[in-house]
Design a protein around this ligand. Sequence first.
Ligand code: PBG
Length: 323
Amino acid sequence: MQRRNRILRFNNSIRSMVSETILKPSDFIAPLFIDEGSGYEAEIASMPGYYRRSIDLTVKEVKELYSLGIKSVLLFIKCKDELKDNLGKEAWNKDGLMQRSIKAIKEAVPEMYVMTDVALDPYSIYGHDGIVENGYIVNDATVDSLVKMSLSHAEAGADMVAPSDMMDGRIAAIRTAFEENNFVNTGIMAYSAKYASCFYGPFRDALDSAPGFGDKKTYQMDYCNRKEAVKEAIMDVEEGADIVMVKPGLPYLDIVREVKDRVYVPVSVYNVSGEYAMIKASAKMGWIDENKAILETLTSIKRAGGDLIATYFAKDAARLINS
Ligand code: PBG
């Protein structure tokens, strides 16, 4: 035998010397669900161990995340029903829950890089990411709303906005508005290849944002398609995206690699709520080892080409890596 591949697997030392993919806490973006009130937290039924919290408890969580080496959070808010309408006007209320949350977090932990979700679904009476006319989600009027929303997040102190709506032309419109209003250091992380996926179910429970009619297939991508993801990512880069995203993660690692090989900006991957729920549920049944499943999953996403990973396991993974 001239070659024995097992030599490089012989013990821990040699394995760690030749390891090609190493996770670190700063790879993770921690999504946070924020609600009104104070001293309030509610566990999300379909996301055991994950909470929706009032601003004060969110700030406490952010401090803990930062101390574990996590550098970024991605904010989502739960909008009160009475504030919802078709245009999503509450989305750019300068005293809205999102805007207050951004300020509170930046004030308490200025180094934490704050990213914000930009889409109308939490604010929409229809639970859609855009404005509805005759049962159709209209593009250009929605983009106008998304621009107002992005500007108000930037104004409140967000470091980067993350449009998750999949409307056409929104990255260019937001970038232009940032230039015109002198937000020259505010970034854009584009959800470029976001698929219409059943894996978002638990997230919609968390924010009470499930679509009231139909589905999201006229704006989110068809999961049968691969080339379209590359087109979306390339266009978003041309329009001015700083980071592009592929979402969901685990069932889409082929897309992650394809996009990674075709663009020269960082690629982020969203390890979504349904992926979290699957691991939690099988661990609860005693069918898999939760900690091992977390690290193997996140490593596989990074190996596929994910430079950043938005994941509900951010805190658990950071602890596991640090220990
Ligand atoms: C909404 C949005 C969704 C997610 C992030 N932003 C749900 C959807 O598009 O219906 C899903 C995140 C997750 O499932 O973890 N714009």
